[in-house]
Design a protein around this ligand. Sequence first.
Ligand code: XIL
Length: 290
Amino acid sequence: TSVDRVFQSNGKVFFGTASDQERLIVPQDAAITTSDFGAVTPENSMKASAWEVIEPVRNAFDFTASDYLVNWAGEHGKKIRGHTFVWDESLPSWVSSIMDPPTLTAVLQNHIRQIMTRYKGKLYSMDVVNEHIADDGSIKSTHWTRVLGNNVFTLAFQTAREVDPTVKLYINENSLETNGAKVRGIIQLVKSINKNGELVDGIGSQTHLWATQLVQPALAALSSAGVDLAITELDIVYAAASDYLTVVNACIAVPRCVSITVWGVRDPDSWRASKDPLLFDKNWQPKYAL
Ligand code: XIL
């Protein structure tokens, strides 16, 4: 039976997976994604690091890879979690060299508007901000916050909201399950952004786990932010069946947790491939009964 259908029957929105064209052109991958998952997230094609792919030169957009994923999702009835705009990793040098606030503001707004306009009406959610909380819970110093200050968050959320008000806008973060200071920091940031309007609809918890880590306490604590919660990039290094089940049950137990996305289908395609962290093995066989 489909993991997604079982999860939805517990009142949740979807159980999805990261994907992209290079995965979906493989028939076994497409078959599993079609039958088991209710949503896809572009693993790379729509993200900040793909500014190099999607906007390699200022205002020259190439949507080939992200279009493939979005069209596939439409044809197969899958929801889409968009990912991501304000991130500090792998920015092309034409972006990371802009030190002038008005220019960087214009560049960020144009980038967000182009992508949100192209996929208007097609996205369930979007990770507007990714990985901007430091380990001590403060706001991270990144190219974005150094040039634009903490106003960059409200600016980015407002810009996305204006183009497509139907999309649930998320702030996405790692290590929340192991770091209480980050949990408190992200709750504070969400509340401060939402003082400027209803902008942040959800907190994404990436949930790149080692097998022994529990996620329910952090999800319960994050509920006090008053927004939706999603497990957005789940993978579990050296997991046993019970470890995946524990995460699924944690989301089911926390009313504000709406969805789970695993970060890929099959172990060898994972960004942590050497540690076999996904639900399917190299022969596309399911490893866990959920
Ligand atoms: C990773 C992808 O899985 C890799 O293919 C890519 O080379 C680097 O990015 N946090 C995130 C994701 O928000 O976008 C990252 O994805 C993993 C960490």
